[in-house]
Design a protein. Structure first.
Length: 374
């Protein structure tokens, strides 16, 4: 299997200019470049630019996938539209989750590495599914930031004695983008569940938000209106919501846990989940076995008719259906101790339908596959 890498960048707040597109074309002659997107994949060779530098200059979101196990997500946001002070406790100096301020922007960088190669190009993630994380952060939703901290814990970038940052509400009710973030970055789902056990439920703060807006002074409201006039593309509702969430008092009564305590909770959660999965798998296996026995019992009521049907299917070149029926007849004979009779009738079938090699080839593969699974 050859190496595979995919680079995707998108511009969300404003399109690329013709000059910027020309600069990007100089970096790559074969990339797909539009006013809002840069995309390229490599089966050999590598990208000739630093993604971090491209993010600083051109783009608002970046996704990288390599089939040897590296996934990377970057998000760029205007510094004026995020609460940098609120974000910083969730980001340290490790490799997995980093925060940097570059000029007028804040850039978040998430990296997940695994030693196990992932040769499945279909699981590389979708930047369209992940981009809403940026809007969530700009509206004051700190759940993506907390997930970034869990990513760092999962990557062993944080010591057991460290205390978790403030726990945002709603960790048990993640958005689709946050679920996509967990999947792309392979954040331990048991660690997420353990962390969520101390997260308050989300509440509909729409009424409180509207009361807060109504209580703004005339000077404050005029300031917001001027900003809307100066920045017509500004998502004013999201900006107001971010400021409201920053000023609202959170639930400070919840005890914050150490990383070691969270890891112990995750281990217990994992054991409980695996036990439940084993029980469900056992039940599913038993149900499937019972269903098959009922099918074989029904088949046994007219074995001669089943053999006649099998030969018709083979003659009509309906080989897949014929193999399924043949396997049922074989398993019925095994169950009832009539293997010799089955072998004799199958030999007769082979002689009569000798030219139907497609069936007998499939029959051989089906038997070899079952033998390998045992």
């Amino acid at each position: 299997m050859s190496e595979y890498q995919c680079y995707e960048f998108v511009a969300l707040d404003r399109p690329l200019t013709p000059k910027q597109m020309a600069e990007l074309r100089a970096i790559s002659t074969r990339a797909e470049i539009s006013p809002t997107r840069f995309w390229n994949e490599y089966q050999w060779g590598s990208f000739k630019a630093d993604p971090a530098k491209l993010m600083e200059r051109y783009f608002d979101a970046h996704l990288y996938f390599a089939n040897w196990g590296t996934h990377r997500l970057m998000l760029r946001m205007p510094k004026a539209r995020v609460d940098v002070k609120a974000l910083k406790p969730y980001f340290g100096k490790g490799h997995a989750a980093r925060l940097a301020t570059v000029g007028d922007y804040v850039v978040l960088d998430f990296v997940s590495d695994t030693e196990e190669p992932e040769y499945d190009e279909q699981r590389q993630g979708s930047l369209a599914a992940l981009s809403p994380l940026r809007a969530e952060l700009m509206s004051g939703d700190l759940r993506p930031a907390y997930l970034a901290w869990l990513l760092a814990v999962h990557a062993d970038d944080i010591d057991d004695g460290a205390v978790e940052p403030p726990i945002p509400a709603g960790l048990t009710e993640l958005t689709a983008a946050q679920e996509a973030m967990i999947e792309l970055l392979r954040i331990d789902v048991d660690l997420v569940a353990a962390a969520a056990s101390s997260s308050a439920a989300t509440t509909d703060d729409g009424a409180r938000f509207r009361r807060w807006v109504a209580a703004l002074s005339a000077k404050e409201k005029d300031g917001w209106l001027r900003r809307a006039a100066d920045e017509p593309d500004l998502a004013l509702g999201g900006e107001l919501l971010r400021v409201f969430r920053a000023t609202a008092k959170g639930d400070r009564s919840r005890m914050r846990r150490t990383v070691g305590e969270l890891r112990a909770l995750a281990q217990a959660q994992r054991a409980e989940r695996e036990k439940a999965e084993a029980v469900r798998a056992k039940q599913a296996t038993a149900a499937a076995a019972a269903k098959r026995q009922r099918r074989l019992t029904t088949l046994g009521r007219d074995v001669d008719g089943a053999w006649a049907k099998l030969e018709k299917l083979v003659f009509a070149s309906k080989y897949d259906e014929a193999v399924t029926l043949g396997v049922d007849l074989r398993d019925l004979a095994t169950r009832d101790g009539t293997e010799a009779a089955f072998a004799k009738r199958f030999t007769v079938l082979r002689k009569r339908q000798l030219r139907r090699r497609g069936f007998f080839d499939r029959w051989k593969r089906a038997n070899e596959s079952e033998s390998a699974e045992r």
